[in-house]
Design a protein around this ligand. Structure first.
Ligand SMILES: Nc1ncnc2c1ncn2[C@@H]1O[C@H](COP(=O)(O)OP(=O)(O)O)[C@@H](O)[C@H]1O
Ligand SMILES: [Mg+2]
Length: 351
């Protein structure tokens, strides 16, 4: 396998520069727009639910928003696919925490995130046998490096490239090369695709192209999945790095625009919800309570106690009044009493 930084490639072809221009502009717009929203946690929580679902779907782990919501409540509800999706979301949060704290993405971080997604401690591959096969024809598409030492050396080279501040190459182009290289190393037995896609967004945050991790290519990749697989191979076999980079840049452009739309929808939903809330229940309305109802797609009495600093009884009265007013739905999952924000869930599942 080739080592980064791939000096032999001209990364400034007219087609790349044109796509880069559009992608950078859309991403900057998303960053500015997201920063103008007061509660970043609401956005991140909502957006990462969809990303976790889409990224897992690329790997044929398919579930519904309703199951995800039930697993999120940690009420003992069991659904393996939904559990992997929820763990994927936790891995995004964990990665975000680490880079905010350390300002660095190490191989160990990738190992930790992959372990969270797969919930096992297998770590970097030690035994040979991993191959990428075409799921339909069963034909081998690609055999990644098999030797542990070689894999570790390649990861070290990738880690250096990720963390090196180099003004020569635009971070968006570097992200495209990093994704290609990471997937080609394929350091784990499983979970490489998902770990690699988390790495993409963390890389954007590391380079301050985004403040928080809210840009995810999985929906775009899902829609253009044949291309995704085909371009990996074309890059490797025919040196067609240009179409690969452009594919990723177009994804950044399209997804930035879509994410702005999604944020607007969430904002609008919150505004109309607020209006209805204030009209129907003026005595219990507060901004804090409204935020708590959108913080996650569901809430509980004790969350409201903590966030709004009220007694358990008051919190219960609030939530039950909201149910009566049609603003929340009550659901008993196992022994847990959960209040779900169905409007937010519907919005996310329809997007
Ligand atoms: N030809 C290829 N070369 C390199 N990587 C590839 C190729 N085709 C697919 N991939 C990557 O491999 C991922 C699947 O690997 P896998 O370890 O099963 O990840 P996950 O469990 O997250 O599905 C794909 O999502 C893609 O990123
Ligand atoms: Mg897999």
């Amino acid at each position: 396998m080739k080592l980064l930084p791939f000096h032999e490639y001209d990364l400034k072809t007219p087609r790349i520069l044109e796509a880069l221009n559009e992608a950078s502009r859309s991403l900057a717009e998303l960053k500015g727009f997201a920063n103008s929203i007061p509660n970043q946690h609401i956005l991140m929580n909502a957006i990462t639910i969809n990303e976790a679902k889409d990224s897992s779907a690329i790997e044929n782990i398919v579930t519904t928003h309703d199951s995800i919501y039930k697993v999120l409540t940690e009420s003992g509800f069991k659904d393996e696919s939904a559990k992997e999706v929820v763990d994927y979301r936790s891995a995004i949060w964990r990665g975000y925490e680490i880079i905010k704290e350390k300002g660095f993405i190490s191989t160990n971080v990738l190992v930790e995130l992959q372990g969270m997604i797969e919930h096992n401690k297998a770590g970097i591959r030690k035994n040979p046998g991993t191959k990428l096969v075409n799921s339909k024809t069963k034909e081998v598409i690609y055999t990644p490096p098999q030797d542990e030492k070689e894999i570790r050396d390649l990861l070290k080279n990738l880690e250096d490239y990720i963390n090196k501040k180099d003004e020569e190459v635009d971070p968006l182009i570097k992200m495209a090369l990093i994704h290609y290289q990471f997937e080609s190393i394929h350091p784990f037995y499983d979970g490489n695709g998902r770990t690699g896609r988390i790495l993409n967004v963390l890389y954007l945050v590391l380079n301050h192209l985004l403040e928080s991790p809210i840009l995810y290519l999985s929906n775009y990749i899902n829609k253009n999945k044949d291309q995704y697989y085909k371009l990996f191979t074309e890059f490797r076999e025919n040196n067609n790095y240009e179409d690969w980079i452009i594919y990723i840049l177009k994804g950044v452009e399209e997804t930035s625009k879509n994410t702005i739309e999604l944020i607007k929808l969430i904002q609008r939903e919150m505004e109309s919800y607020k209006e209805e809330f204030m009209t129907k229940l003026p005595k219990i309305y507060s901004d804090e309570l409204l935020d708590s109802l959108f913080f996650e797609v569901y809430t509980r009495i004790n969350y409201i106690e903590d966030r709004c600093h009220v007694t358990r009884q008051t919190a219960a009265t609030y939530l039950n009044s909201l149910v009566d007013a049609g603003l929340l739905e009550f659901e008993k999952i196992g022994r847990e009493s959960i209040y779900k924000n169905s409007r937010l869930i519907n919005l996310l599942s329809q997007f």
